[in-house]
Write a protein that binds this ligand. Structure first.
Ligand code: HEC
Length: 246
């Protein structure tokens, strides 16, 4: 991933790793001091930080925490799914015929791989770019102009806007460009069957519904309906289920 979070507001895992500690709806720590106190106050952490970074408790800094978490995150690799074995391992039996039909739709008529990319010798299932589908947009649509105005003109937008109003602005929060309002990063679809609920706001409960929505968005985008039969939709879902790593 070239950026982190749905709006891509952090570039590196090290930067990303710090945000959840201080996000009020995640760990909700008051600041770096509290995070460092927690680590320095724990005998096991003290010993491990000494071992890995060669630092005394007083020398432990946020950078060490961030590096440690990021190093762990880098071990969370996905691969060797049935799709990988079929596509890159020349194992024709790795996908069932329904899954192969789904793959053909995914890269063909349904146009999914335009954003959920499949490369020559590997596939991230994301283009690492930002798109406006419209998921959750209704929640802020009526106040959009006002929210955007407050966001760009206020020194501390969080004082006047709710966390939802800010997060629903998507990529705009990072770039300040009106064209980026409501855009979110294409999520990878690896292991997608294990990661319900779906979309940036978790508003979609099942994979079937997510695929249904995406078919609808494709129709909107092209201004002509993308019509898939129930069997074709089921094949698309079957293909997505073949993206699960062992
Ligand atoms: C224009 C780019 C684009 C195309 C084409 C596209 N997607 Fe997406 N997809 C996205 C974006 C962006 C999101 C996240 C939207 C959000 O959360 O607001 C997403 C979300 C999803 C999700 C939810 C994943 C999760 O972890 O929450 C699924 C499943 C999905 N897409 C499947 C598909 C399928 C199947 C197709 C083809 C019918 C398709 N997509 C076509 C950009 C695209």
């Amino acid at each position: 991933m070239t950026t982190q979070f749905w709006d891509g507001r952090r570039e590196t895992l090290e930067d990303q790793a710090q945000d959840p500690l201080f996000n009020p709806i995640e760990h909700g720590l008051t600041g770096p001091q509290q995070a460092l106190d927690l680590v320095r106050g724990d005998a096991d952490y003290r010993q491990r930080f000494q071992q890995v970074f060669n630092v005394s408790p007083a020398e432990i800094r946020m950078e060490h925490l961030a590096q440690a978490i990021a190093a762990f995150e880098r071990t969370l690799l996905a691969g060797d799914s049935p799709f990988d074995r079929y596509q890159y391992g020349s194992d024709q039996q790795a996908l069932t015929s329904a899954e192969r039909e789904g793959l053909a739709l995914f890269t063909g008529r349904a146009g999914c791989s335009g954003c959920h990319s499949i490369g020559e010798d590997s596939a991230l299932f994301t283009d690492n770019r930002f798109h406006r589908l419209g998921v959750g947009f209704k929640k802020i649509e009526s106040r959009l102009a006002e929210i955007a105005r407050i966001y760009v003109s206020s020194a501390d937008p969080a004082e006047q806007l709710s966390p939802l109003e800010i997060s629903e602005m998507g990529r705009f929060v990072v770039t300040g460009k009106p064209a980026d309002i409501g855009k979110f990063k294409t999520p990878s679809l690896r292991n997608v069957t294990l990661t319900a609920p779906y979309m940036h706001d978790g508003s979609v409960a099942t994979l079937e519904e997510a695929v249904e929505l995406e078919i609808y968005y494709r129709s909107q985008e092209r201004a002509r309906p993308l019509i898939l039969t129930p069997v074709e939709k089921a094949n698309l879902v079957a293909f997505l289920k073949a993206l699960t790593s062992p």
